[in-house]
Structure formats: structure tokens, C-alpha cells
Design a protein around this ligand. Sequence first.
Ligand code: GDP
Ligand code: IMO
Ligand code: MG
Length: 431
Amino acid sequence: MANVVVVGAQWGDEGKGKIVDWLSERADVICRFQGGHNAGHTLVIDGTVYKLHALPSGVVRGGKLSVIGNGVVLDPWHLLGEIETIRKQGVEITPETLMIAENTPLILPFHGELDRAREEAASTGTKIGTTGRGIGPAYEDKVGRRVIRVADLADDATLEARVDRALQHHNPLRKGLGVDEIDRDALIAQLKEIAPKILEYAAPAWKVLNEKRKAGNRILFEGAQGALLDIDFGTYPFVTSSNVIAGQAATGVGMGPGAIDYVLGIVKAYTTRVGEGPFPSELFDADGDRLGTRGHEFGTTTGRKRRCGWFDAALVRQTCAISGINGICLTKLDVLDGFETLKICVAYDLDGKRLDYLPTAADEQARCKPIYEELEGWSESTEGARSWADLPAAAIKYVRRVEELIECPVALLSTSPERDDTILVTDPFAD
Ligand code: GDP
Ligand code: IMO
Ligand code: MG
């Protein structure tokens, strides 16, 4: 199989970055197809830590083409800063190794300001707990046909007209929120200053990608966030503002659905969530603290503490279906070492009725109580295990039960943050 999509199957932070980096050895091109620098993907290679937000996780390998697709919203100042940081770590980034789709919408400073102003103004219960990076407002402008896109940076008159169009919407909005109007000339000057630095990476990515595919190149699509943060299928309104599920990979770069041969879902061996919103298997006890401490569950982007809970098989069964997941990578199995007993949520109790999926209505989601199955834990260490043979019997039993419950096979297992502490069961790229 030629092309693989990697998507998160929970609430994000499943370990997508590590696995995209690991798989990128087998790929020629790595593309981001949605989200922005709200994502935080951590890679650990021989002890060196790389934190990526806007750059695709294949960038560290060298010799690959990394693409930021049109489905992404891109903060150009952030990107230039991230390129510098990663370059300082010894990674080569040039227009030969990084391409930005010309039709990618830009996140501008007023998007972040609006995002944060709204969150500050929101009362308890209505706050989303966003990353404050302007993701939602930028996507709103894209759909509202007033966003500035990468290609607009190439022509001064077009750029100025686009800025005016955006300000026509944003200045009255800011006035209503009690925020200063945007300084048009200063913004245009700022944009003109960075234009050449961004444009050197700009290209009709859809064309290049389709040509690469025809030439037999292998493409790896890197999702951000996770299916439960999807704008349509997530726990709305506590979601991000893009489609994050596998179907988005095609539209987010400009390829047909037939270009996708395999969908790999990344699934943490337990559950975490950062930000507000329902979370049926959330723990508020010592077990939850233990997961958070052992798993170092702090956000890569905002440093916030992630909420932790038991593995929710009902949710992952649902997201495997929605993303058409062919196989999963179960990550952070090592974090479960040493628990005497493990619990897996298999269904919900909603007002006395058993439900095997998460309902859509927000009030019903909030009332769903987890129904657990208990499994025996293991005392041995699985940290750094690189083969099935290194896993204790109880850990294998846990993995097998997860597969049964989510109705999807395990293709890969991850047992530490390090690139090579990964167990390959089925190669997603294999024909
Ligand atoms: P992403 O957003 O899906 O790429 O995930 P993040 O990078 O935000 O969060 C996953 C965290 O877990 C990172 O700090 C990784 O280094 C780490 N990680 C990934 N896989 C494993 C694993 O198998 N075991 C452990 N202990 N940590 C892991
Ligand atoms: P990666 O790619 C976890 C969450 C935020 C918030 C909601 C909306 O690292 O898995 P936004 O800023 O997108 O408008 O915030 O989505 N969120 C993430 N949670 N991992 C992420 O990305 C996330 N990106 C956004 O915490 O609840
Ligand atoms: Mg993350």
C-alpha cells in the first residue's frame, strides 16, 4: 500500500508525532492536512526532544518532503520561529524539504486576540479551553470568505484588498468586545515584511502531490488533534474548528479519496483530554493522578495538565468507524505498568439504559456513566519493549481485549517516547 493516513482516535495527544516520525522512514512525503499550531507533537530521538506544532513530524528525518496542506491554518510568524528553533537543533529545512500550499489560510494576530478575548469573556460551562492560538477565528474567516491566504502575499494590491475585507468584519466585532481596532497600515507592513520569507516555500501543493503519487512516491498524511475534537463528530461545542478525521486528509491537500490506502489510528492505552468538555471515564482519584504522573500528561502547546481516565473502548470503537481505521497503534502501554487492576469502559449507562456509543446531544453526553470491565494488571516493566516476546502475559491480554472491544487490530505498539521503542505487528505501508 502506498499512502497512509495517521489520525488521533481520542482527544488528541495520543502520540501521533512519535509514530509519524517512526513511519516517515518508509515514506517520501509527509503532509499536514488540518489544524494549526494548536497541535503539539513531541518526538524523542536518541534522547533529543523535538517539539513540533506547525511543521510536519517527518521534517526531522531529512531527505523527505514535508508539506503544509491547504486544510491547515498557518500562523506565518509562528512558523518562521518554529523553523528557526528546529534548525538550531540541527535539522535542515529548505524550500526543497518544506512546501506550503499556496491556498493555505493564514492565522493573523487578531485571530489569536479574538480567540483569547472570547475565552476570557466566557462564563464557566461555556469556555472551550482553547489553546488561544486563533484556530477557531481563522477557520471562521476561511469559511466566511474573508481569510488571507498564502498566495495573497505575492501581490501588494491583492493583499491590501484582502486585509480591508477582513477588517470590515473584525473591527466592528472588536468594538463590541471592547478591544482596540486593528491598525491597518501596521498589519499590512508586517505582512509585507514576512511575505518573501513565506513565499519561498509556497507551491501548488495539490499538483506536486498528485505528480509524486503518479511517480510512485509514498505519502504519509499526519493528522492533528483527535476524532473526539472533530468539528462534526467530536464532543461539540468542546471541539477544535476543523475536521480532523481521516476523510479530511484528501481535501486538506487536494487529492482524491482513492489516494488513501490505509488509515492508522493512534490510540493511547488509557484516555486523556486537555480543555473543557465531557469525559465519561475521567478519574478524580489516585489512579488518575498516577496516570498523569507516569504519563507526564502536560500539554506540549499550553503546558496545561491533561485530565486522565481509563481506556474508553466504546469511544474508540466509534472513532475507528468514523475515520475508517484499518489498524491502530496503541501507545503508552508502559504507563499502565504496576497497576494491580485495570479498567476499560465498554459501554455507558444513560438514565438506566445501556448504550454502546456516545450520543450526540451534549446533555446526554454529560449524563453518560461508564460501565467498566476489569482486567488484571502486571507488575513487570514494559518500558522500552521492542517485541511481543518482551511483554508480560497480562499486558498481551490487555492489548488483545482492546482489539476485540474496538473491533480493530493493533498494527503497532509504543512502549516509550523514544523513536525505536516501537513494536511493529503489521506494516501500514505493506502491499
Ligand atoms: P501527539 O500530539 O499525538 O503527537 O502527542 P503528544 O506528543 O502531544 O503527547 C504524547 C506524549 O507521550 C509525548 O510526550 C511523547 O513523547 C510521549 N509518548 C509517545 N509514545 C509514548 C509511549 O509509548 N510511552 C510513553 N511513556 N510516552 C510516550
Ligand atoms: P495534538 O495534535 C489535545 C483542544 C484544546 C481545546 C479544543 C479547542 O497535539 O493532538 P483550539 O485551540 O483547537 O480551538 O482548542 O481542542 N486541542 C487539543 N487537545 N491535543 C491537540 O493537538 C489539541 N489541539 C486542540 O485543548 O479543548
Ligand atoms: Mg499533542
